[in-house]
Design a protein around this ligand. Sequence first.
Ligand code: NAD
Ligand code: UD1
Length: 360
Amino acid sequence: MASRLTSMATVLVTGGAGYVGSHTCVALLQAGHEVAVVDSLANSSAGAIDAVAGITGCRPRFDAVDCRDEVALEKIIAEVRPDAVFHFAGLKSVPESVKDPLRYYRHNLESAAVLLSVMNRAGAHRIVFSSSATVYGVPDELPVAETASLRPCNPYGWTKLMVERMITDMVEADPRWSAALLRYFNPVGAHPSGLIGEDPGGVPGNLMPYLLQVAVGRRPALPLYGTDYPTPDGTARRDYIHVMDLADGHLAALGNLESSAGQAMICNLGTGRAVSVLEVIEAMEKVSGHSLPHEVCDRRPGDVPELWADPAQAFRDLGWSANRTLADMCRDAWTWQSSHPWGYRRLPPTIPTTGAGVLP
Ligand code: NAD
Ligand code: UD1
Protein backbone atom coordinates (compact mmCIF):
# COMPACT_ATOMS: atom_id res chain seq x y z
CA MET A 1 0.00 0.00 0.00
CA ALA A 2 1.29 3.48 -0.85
CA SER A 3 2.29 5.45 2.23
CA ARG A 4 0.10 8.37 3.29
CA LEU A 5 2.77 10.88 2.35
CA THR A 6 2.96 9.64 -1.24
CA SER A 7 -0.79 9.15 -1.66
CA MET A 8 -2.86 11.73 0.21
CA ALA A 9 -1.19 13.85 2.84
CA THR A 10 -2.30 17.08 4.46
CA VAL A 11 0.45 19.64 4.02
CA LEU A 12 0.66 23.00 5.74
CA VAL A 13 2.49 25.40 3.43
CA THR A 14 3.94 28.53 5.01
CA GLY A 15 4.59 31.23 2.42
CA GLY A 16 2.26 29.42 0.02
CA ALA A 17 1.13 32.64 -1.68
CA GLY A 18 4.72 33.41 -2.71
CA TYR A 19 6.56 32.45 -5.88
CA VAL A 20 7.92 28.98 -5.09
CA GLY A 21 5.17 28.24 -2.54
CA SER A 22 2.27 28.84 -4.95
CA HIS A 23 3.82 26.59 -7.61
CA THR A 24 4.40 23.89 -5.03
CA CYS A 25 0.77 24.18 -3.88
CA VAL A 26 -0.29 23.44 -7.46
CA ALA A 27 1.96 20.37 -7.60
CA LEU A 28 0.68 19.14 -4.22
CA LEU A 29 -2.99 19.61 -5.12
CA GLN A 30 -2.55 18.01 -8.52
CA ALA A 31 -0.91 15.03 -6.84
CA GLY A 32 -4.03 14.61 -4.67
CA HIS A 33 -2.75 16.09 -1.42
CA GLU A 34 -4.67 18.44 0.80
CA VAL A 35 -3.12 21.89 1.28
CA ALA A 36 -3.49 24.64 3.86
CA VAL A 37 -1.60 27.91 3.34
CA VAL A 38 -0.34 30.33 5.97
CA ASP A 39 1.04 33.53 4.49
CA SER A 40 1.31 37.04 5.91
CA LEU A 41 1.15 38.44 2.34
CA ALA A 42 4.24 40.49 3.24
CA ASN A 43 5.63 39.80 -0.25
CA SER A 44 2.70 38.34 -2.15
CA SER A 45 -0.92 38.68 -3.05
CA ALA A 46 -4.01 36.63 -2.23
CA GLY A 47 -4.53 36.59 -6.01
CA ALA A 48 -1.96 33.78 -6.10
CA ILE A 49 -4.26 31.59 -4.00
CA ASP A 50 -7.18 32.33 -6.35
CA ALA A 51 -4.98 31.36 -9.28
CA VAL A 52 -3.88 28.13 -7.58
CA ALA A 53 -7.56 27.31 -7.13
CA GLY A 54 -8.21 28.20 -10.79
CA ILE A 55 -5.48 25.86 -12.06
CA THR A 56 -6.26 22.91 -9.82
CA GLY A 57 -10.00 23.21 -9.21
CA CYS A 58 -9.27 22.91 -5.47
CA ARG A 59 -9.16 25.91 -3.15
CA PRO A 60 -6.66 25.46 -0.34
CA ARG A 61 -7.50 26.71 3.12
CA PHE A 62 -5.84 30.10 3.45
CA ASP A 63 -4.96 32.02 6.61
CA ALA A 64 -3.40 35.46 6.26
CA VAL A 65 -1.21 34.97 9.31
CA ASP A 66 2.41 35.68 10.16
CA CYS A 67 4.36 32.58 11.24
CA ARG A 68 5.70 34.55 14.18
CA ASP A 69 2.17 34.78 15.59
CA GLU A 70 2.43 31.75 17.85
CA VAL A 71 -1.16 31.85 19.12
CA ALA A 72 -2.68 32.01 15.63
CA LEU A 73 -0.30 29.36 14.25
CA GLU A 74 -1.05 27.00 17.15
CA LYS A 75 -4.76 27.23 16.40
CA ILE A 76 -4.23 26.62 12.67
CA ILE A 77 -2.01 23.57 13.23
CA ALA A 78 -4.52 22.15 15.72
CA GLU A 79 -7.27 22.50 13.10
CA VAL A 80 -5.29 21.39 10.04
CA ARG A 81 -3.39 18.51 11.73
CA PRO A 82 -0.76 18.42 8.99
CA ASP A 83 1.17 15.27 8.07
CA ALA A 84 3.99 17.58 6.99
CA VAL A 85 4.88 21.26 6.87
CA PHE A 86 6.60 22.97 3.93
CA HIS A 87 8.31 26.09 5.27
CA PHE A 88 8.74 28.69 2.50
CA ALA A 89 7.86 31.80 4.53
CA GLY A 90 10.68 34.26 5.04
CA LEU A 91 12.46 37.33 3.79
CA LYS A 92 14.73 36.64 0.81
CA SER A 93 16.49 39.75 -0.48
CA VAL A 94 20.27 39.59 -0.19
CA PRO A 95 20.88 43.38 -0.46
CA GLU A 96 18.10 44.14 2.04
CA SER A 97 19.66 41.67 4.47
CA VAL A 98 23.03 43.40 4.13
CA LYS A 99 21.43 46.80 4.86
CA ASP A 100 19.27 45.62 7.75
CA PRO A 101 20.73 42.37 9.10
CA LEU A 102 18.84 42.36 12.40
CA ARG A 103 15.51 42.52 10.61
CA TYR A 104 16.52 39.38 8.66
CA TYR A 105 17.84 37.50 11.66
CA ARG A 106 14.78 38.35 13.74
CA HIS A 107 12.29 37.59 11.00
CA ASN A 108 13.69 34.37 9.54
CA LEU A 109 14.96 32.83 12.78
CA GLU A 110 11.89 33.77 14.80
CA SER A 111 9.51 32.45 12.10
CA ALA A 112 11.33 29.11 12.10
CA ALA A 113 11.62 28.89 15.89
CA VAL A 114 7.94 29.64 16.42
CA LEU A 115 6.90 27.19 13.71
CA LEU A 116 9.08 24.40 15.10
CA SER A 117 7.79 24.99 18.65
CA VAL A 118 4.19 24.87 17.54
CA MET A 119 4.80 21.76 15.42
CA ASN A 120 6.57 20.04 18.31
CA ARG A 121 3.69 20.66 20.69
CA ALA A 122 1.17 19.47 18.12
CA GLY A 123 3.11 16.27 17.39
CA ALA A 124 3.73 17.35 13.77
CA HIS A 125 7.31 16.27 13.21
CA ARG A 126 7.91 16.37 9.46
CA ILE A 127 9.27 19.45 7.75
CA VAL A 128 10.63 20.46 4.36
CA PHE A 129 12.64 23.68 4.51
CA SER A 130 13.53 26.09 1.69
CA SER A 131 17.24 26.60 1.99
CA SER A 132 19.47 28.13 -0.64
CA ALA A 133 22.67 27.56 -2.57
CA THR A 134 23.74 30.86 -1.05
CA VAL A 135 24.92 28.82 2.00
CA TYR A 136 27.97 27.77 -0.09
CA GLY A 137 29.24 31.32 -0.68
CA VAL A 138 32.14 31.22 -3.15
CA PRO A 139 32.74 27.52 -3.76
CA ASP A 140 36.17 25.89 -3.94
CA GLU A 141 34.99 23.41 -6.54
CA LEU A 142 32.30 23.16 -9.20
CA PRO A 143 29.81 21.62 -9.39
CA VAL A 144 28.95 22.14 -5.72
CA ALA A 145 28.05 19.06 -3.69
CA GLU A 146 26.26 19.09 -0.33
CA THR A 147 29.58 18.26 1.38
CA ALA A 148 31.18 21.53 0.23
CA SER A 149 32.26 24.16 2.76
CA LEU A 150 29.47 26.36 4.07
CA ARG A 151 30.34 30.05 4.23
CA PRO A 152 27.47 32.37 3.39
CA CYS A 153 28.53 35.87 2.34
CA ASN A 154 25.48 37.75 3.59
CA PRO A 155 23.02 37.80 6.52
CA TYR A 156 20.25 36.22 4.41
CA GLY A 157 22.51 33.25 3.71
CA TRP A 158 23.41 32.98 7.39
CA THR A 159 19.72 32.84 8.33
CA LYS A 160 19.31 29.90 5.93
CA LEU A 161 22.26 28.07 7.44
CA MET A 162 21.10 28.81 10.99
CA VAL A 163 17.60 27.49 10.30
CA GLU A 164 19.13 24.36 8.73
CA ARG A 165 21.06 23.94 12.01
CA MET A 166 17.97 24.60 14.12
CA ILE A 167 16.03 21.89 12.30
CA THR A 168 18.94 19.43 12.40
CA ASP A 169 19.22 19.95 16.16
CA MET A 170 15.50 19.20 16.56
CA VAL A 171 15.92 15.97 14.61
CA GLU A 172 18.97 14.98 16.66
CA ALA A 173 17.12 15.70 19.91
CA ASP A 174 14.00 13.71 19.03
CA PRO A 175 14.00 10.90 16.42
CA ARG A 176 10.30 11.38 15.75
CA TRP A 177 11.36 14.36 13.65
CA SER A 178 12.28 14.02 9.98
CA ALA A 179 13.38 16.84 7.74
CA ALA A 180 14.42 17.68 4.19
CA LEU A 181 16.62 20.75 3.86
CA LEU A 182 16.46 21.70 0.20
CA ARG A 183 19.14 24.01 -1.17
CA TYR A 184 17.64 25.69 -4.22
CA PHE A 185 19.86 27.03 -6.97
CA ASN A 186 18.18 29.71 -9.17
CA PRO A 187 14.43 29.11 -9.51
CA VAL A 188 12.90 30.70 -12.62
CA GLY A 189 9.96 30.09 -14.95
CA ALA A 190 6.31 29.68 -14.11
CA HIS A 191 3.45 27.21 -14.28
CA PRO A 192 2.79 26.55 -18.00
CA SER A 193 -0.79 27.85 -17.64
CA GLY A 194 0.63 31.36 -17.18
CA LEU A 195 -1.83 31.88 -14.31
CA ILE A 196 0.83 32.05 -11.59
CA GLY A 197 4.38 33.34 -11.71
CA GLU A 198 6.97 35.50 -10.02
CA ASP A 199 5.62 38.92 -9.05
CA PRO A 200 8.35 40.90 -7.28
CA GLY A 201 7.49 44.21 -5.62
CA GLY A 202 9.63 47.22 -6.60
CA VAL A 203 12.65 46.93 -8.85
CA PRO A 204 13.46 43.25 -9.39
CA GLY A 205 16.80 42.21 -7.91
CA ASN A 206 17.06 38.97 -9.85
CA LEU A 207 17.88 38.42 -13.50
CA MET A 208 14.78 36.69 -14.86
CA PRO A 209 12.09 39.00 -13.43
CA TYR A 210 14.10 42.04 -14.52
CA LEU A 211 14.49 40.66 -18.02
CA LEU A 212 10.76 39.90 -18.22
CA GLN A 213 9.92 43.49 -17.25
CA VAL A 214 12.19 44.67 -20.07
CA ALA A 215 10.41 42.27 -22.44
CA VAL A 216 6.96 43.68 -21.57
CA GLY A 217 8.19 47.29 -21.79
CA ARG A 218 8.11 48.16 -18.10
CA ARG A 219 11.87 48.86 -18.06
CA PRO A 220 14.08 50.12 -20.88
CA ALA A 221 17.12 47.84 -20.53
CA LEU A 222 18.64 45.15 -18.36
CA PRO A 223 21.71 46.17 -16.36
CA LEU A 224 24.17 43.40 -17.22
CA TYR A 225 26.46 43.05 -14.23
CA GLY A 226 29.89 42.18 -15.55
CA THR A 227 31.24 40.90 -18.85
CA ASP A 228 34.77 40.29 -17.56
CA TYR A 229 34.22 37.06 -15.65
CA PRO A 230 36.52 34.12 -16.38
CA THR A 231 33.72 32.29 -18.21
CA PRO A 232 33.32 31.36 -21.90
CA ASP A 233 31.37 34.55 -22.80
CA GLY A 234 32.56 36.75 -19.91
CA THR A 235 29.21 36.80 -18.06
CA ALA A 236 28.49 34.99 -14.80
CA ARG A 237 27.05 31.48 -14.89
CA ARG A 238 24.31 30.00 -12.69
CA ASP A 239 22.18 26.88 -12.40
CA TYR A 240 18.67 28.04 -13.39
CA ILE A 241 15.97 25.56 -12.46
CA HIS A 242 12.33 25.55 -13.57
CA VAL A 243 10.09 26.33 -10.61
CA MET A 244 7.85 23.34 -11.47
CA ASP A 245 10.89 21.02 -11.34
CA LEU A 246 11.59 22.54 -7.95
CA ALA A 247 7.98 21.88 -6.91
CA ASP A 248 8.36 18.25 -8.00
CA GLY A 249 11.49 18.05 -5.85
CA HIS A 250 9.36 18.99 -2.84
CA LEU A 251 6.90 16.22 -3.65
CA ALA A 252 9.77 13.75 -3.81
CA ALA A 253 11.04 15.02 -0.45
CA LEU A 254 7.57 14.62 1.04
CA GLY A 255 7.47 10.99 -0.05
CA ASN A 256 10.82 10.43 1.60
CA LEU A 257 9.94 11.94 4.99
CA GLU A 258 7.92 9.00 6.24
CA SER A 259 10.77 6.53 5.90
CA SER A 260 13.41 8.89 7.23
CA ALA A 261 12.47 9.44 10.86
CA GLY A 262 15.44 10.68 12.84
CA GLN A 263 17.10 12.15 9.75
CA ALA A 264 17.63 15.65 8.40
CA MET A 265 18.50 15.07 4.77
CA ILE A 266 20.17 17.84 2.79
CA CYS A 267 19.74 18.07 -0.96
CA ASN A 268 20.77 20.45 -3.68
CA LEU A 269 17.90 21.18 -6.05
CA GLY A 270 19.52 22.23 -9.29
CA THR A 271 19.96 20.96 -12.83
CA GLY A 272 23.73 20.57 -12.80
CA ARG A 273 23.98 22.84 -15.86
CA ALA A 274 25.79 26.20 -15.97
CA VAL A 275 24.10 28.94 -18.00
CA SER A 276 25.49 32.44 -18.59
CA VAL A 277 23.58 35.73 -18.37
CA LEU A 278 23.99 36.22 -22.14
CA GLU A 279 22.57 32.74 -22.77
CA VAL A 280 19.50 33.62 -20.68
CA ILE A 281 19.01 36.88 -22.61
CA GLU A 282 19.32 35.05 -25.93
CA ALA A 283 16.86 32.31 -24.90
CA MET A 284 14.34 34.90 -23.72
CA GLU A 285 14.71 36.89 -26.95
CA LYS A 286 13.86 33.74 -28.88
CA VAL A 287 10.68 32.88 -26.97
CA SER A 288 9.42 36.45 -26.58
CA GLY A 289 10.23 37.53 -30.12
CA HIS A 290 11.60 40.83 -28.72
CA SER A 291 15.10 42.13 -28.85
CA LEU A 292 16.07 42.75 -25.21
CA PRO A 293 18.40 45.71 -24.72
CA HIS A 294 21.04 45.47 -22.02
CA GLU A 295 23.58 47.91 -20.64
CA VAL A 296 26.90 46.55 -19.51
CA CYS A 297 27.66 47.62 -15.92
CA ASP A 298 30.36 46.79 -13.39
CA ARG A 299 30.14 43.48 -11.57
CA ARG A 300 27.49 43.51 -8.82
CA PRO A 301 29.21 43.44 -5.41
CA GLY A 302 28.85 40.05 -3.75
CA ASP A 303 28.21 38.10 -6.97
CA VAL A 304 30.11 34.88 -7.48
CA PRO A 305 31.47 34.22 -10.99
CA GLU A 306 29.96 30.75 -11.28
CA LEU A 307 27.76 28.47 -9.22
CA TRP A 308 26.07 25.29 -10.25
CA ALA A 309 24.88 22.19 -8.49
CA ASP A 310 25.99 18.63 -8.27
CA PRO A 311 22.44 17.23 -8.23
CA ALA A 312 23.49 13.56 -7.81
CA GLN A 313 22.39 13.28 -4.19
CA ALA A 314 18.81 14.38 -4.95
CA PHE A 315 18.63 11.69 -7.61
CA ARG A 316 20.13 9.06 -5.32
CA ASP A 317 18.06 9.88 -2.21
CA LEU A 318 14.83 11.23 -3.69
CA GLY A 319 14.79 9.71 -7.17
CA TRP A 320 14.33 13.27 -8.42
CA SER A 321 16.05 15.17 -11.19
CA ALA A 322 15.17 18.34 -13.07
CA ASN A 323 14.08 17.74 -16.65
CA ARG A 324 12.82 21.08 -18.01
CA THR A 325 15.10 23.05 -20.32
CA LEU A 326 16.14 26.70 -20.38
CA ALA A 327 13.74 27.17 -23.32
CA ASP A 328 10.90 25.73 -21.16
CA MET A 329 11.83 28.13 -18.33
CA CYS A 330 11.81 31.15 -20.65
CA ARG A 331 8.63 30.11 -22.49
CA ASP A 332 6.63 29.56 -19.29
CA ALA A 333 7.95 32.72 -17.65
CA TRP A 334 7.02 34.67 -20.77
CA THR A 335 3.51 33.16 -20.87
CA TRP A 336 3.01 34.44 -17.31
CA GLN A 337 4.56 37.88 -17.77
CA SER A 338 3.03 38.65 -21.16
CA SER A 339 -0.44 37.81 -19.85
CA HIS A 340 0.19 39.59 -16.51
CA PRO A 341 2.52 42.52 -17.29
CA TRP A 342 1.76 43.98 -13.84
CA GLY A 343 1.72 40.66 -12.02
CA TYR A 344 -1.35 39.94 -9.92
CA ARG A 345 -2.30 43.65 -9.98
CA ARG A 346 -4.19 45.02 -12.93
CA LEU A 347 -2.64 47.89 -14.87
CA PRO A 348 -4.55 51.09 -14.06
CA PRO A 349 -5.84 52.23 -17.47
CA THR A 350 -4.76 55.84 -16.82
CA ILE A 351 -1.04 55.09 -16.41
CA PRO A 352 0.76 56.83 -19.29
CA THR A 353 3.74 55.32 -21.04
CA THR A 354 7.11 57.09 -20.93
CA GLY A 355 9.33 57.47 -23.95
CA ALA A 356 9.24 54.78 -26.60
CA GLY A 357 6.42 52.67 -25.21
CA VAL A 358 8.20 52.12 -21.90
CA LEU A 359 5.80 51.76 -18.99
CA PRO A 360 6.63 53.48 -15.68
P1 NAD B 1 8.48 34.86 -1.89
O1 NAD B 1 8.83 36.12 -1.18
O2 NAD B 1 7.79 34.96 -3.20
O3 NAD B 1 7.61 33.93 -0.93
C1 NAD B 1 7.74 33.96 0.48
C2 NAD B 1 6.34 34.10 1.03
O4 NAD B 1 6.41 34.08 2.45
C3 NAD B 1 5.66 35.39 0.63
O5 NAD B 1 4.38 35.10 0.14
C4 NAD B 1 5.59 36.20 1.92
O6 NAD B 1 4.42 37.00 1.96
C5 NAD B 1 5.56 35.10 2.95
N1 NAD B 1 6.11 35.46 4.26
C6 NAD B 1 7.27 36.09 4.54
N2 NAD B 1 7.45 36.14 5.86
C7 NAD B 1 6.39 35.52 6.44
C8 NAD B 1 6.04 35.21 7.75
N3 NAD B 1 6.80 35.57 8.79
N4 NAD B 1 4.89 34.53 7.97
C9 NAD B 1 4.10 34.16 6.95
N5 NAD B 1 4.39 34.43 5.68
C10 NAD B 1 5.54 35.08 5.42
O7 NAD B 1 9.81 34.02 -2.02
P2 NAD B 1 10.08 32.71 -2.89
O8 NAD B 1 10.96 33.09 -4.01
O9 NAD B 1 8.83 32.00 -3.13
O10 NAD B 1 10.97 31.90 -1.85
C11 NAD B 1 10.40 30.94 -0.99
C12 NAD B 1 11.47 30.46 -0.04
O11 NAD B 1 12.54 29.89 -0.80
C13 NAD B 1 12.09 31.56 0.82
O12 NAD B 1 12.34 31.04 2.10
C14 NAD B 1 13.40 31.85 0.11
O13 NAD B 1 14.37 32.34 0.99
C15 NAD B 1 13.77 30.49 -0.43
N6 NAD B 1 14.61 30.56 -1.60
C16 NAD B 1 14.18 31.26 -2.70
C17 NAD B 1 14.98 31.35 -3.82
C18 NAD B 1 14.52 32.13 -5.02
O14 NAD B 1 15.35 32.48 -5.84
N7 NAD B 1 13.25 32.41 -5.19
C19 NAD B 1 16.24 30.73 -3.84
C20 NAD B 1 16.64 30.02 -2.71
C21 NAD B 1 15.82 29.93 -1.60
C1 UD1 C 1 20.73 35.81 -5.92
C2 UD1 C 1 21.14 35.83 -4.48
C3 UD1 C 1 21.02 34.42 -3.91
C4 UD1 C 1 19.62 33.88 -4.11
C5 UD1 C 1 19.32 33.94 -5.61
C6 UD1 C 1 17.96 33.47 -5.96
C7 UD1 C 1 22.82 37.60 -4.38
C8 UD1 C 1 24.27 37.91 -4.16
N1 UD1 C 1 22.51 36.30 -4.39
O1 UD1 C 1 21.59 34.95 -6.60
O2 UD1 C 1 21.29 34.45 -2.53
O3 UD1 C 1 19.54 32.54 -3.66
O4 UD1 C 1 19.43 35.30 -6.04
O5 UD1 C 1 17.00 34.35 -5.44
O6 UD1 C 1 22.01 38.49 -4.54
N2 UD1 C 1 22.13 39.88 -13.17
C9 UD1 C 1 22.26 40.87 -14.11
N3 UD1 C 1 21.34 41.88 -14.11
C10 UD1 C 1 20.31 41.93 -13.22
C11 UD1 C 1 20.17 40.91 -12.27
C12 UD1 C 1 21.11 39.89 -12.26
O7 UD1 C 1 23.18 40.86 -14.91
O8 UD1 C 1 19.52 42.90 -13.27
C13 UD1 C 1 23.11 38.78 -13.17
C14 UD1 C 1 23.83 38.65 -11.83
O9 UD1 C 1 24.96 39.45 -11.81
C15 UD1 C 1 24.13 37.14 -11.81
C16 UD1 C 1 22.99 36.51 -12.61
O10 UD1 C 1 22.41 37.57 -13.36
O11 UD1 C 1 25.32 36.91 -12.48
C17 UD1 C 1 21.92 35.91 -11.71
O12 UD1 C 1 21.53 36.88 -10.77
P1 UD1 C 1 20.31 36.67 -9.77
O13 UD1 C 1 19.11 36.27 -10.54
O14 UD1 C 1 20.20 37.89 -8.92
O15 UD1 C 1 20.72 35.41 -8.90
P2 UD1 C 1 22.07 35.17 -8.04
O16 UD1 C 1 22.95 36.32 -8.05
O17 UD1 C 1 22.62 33.87 -8.47
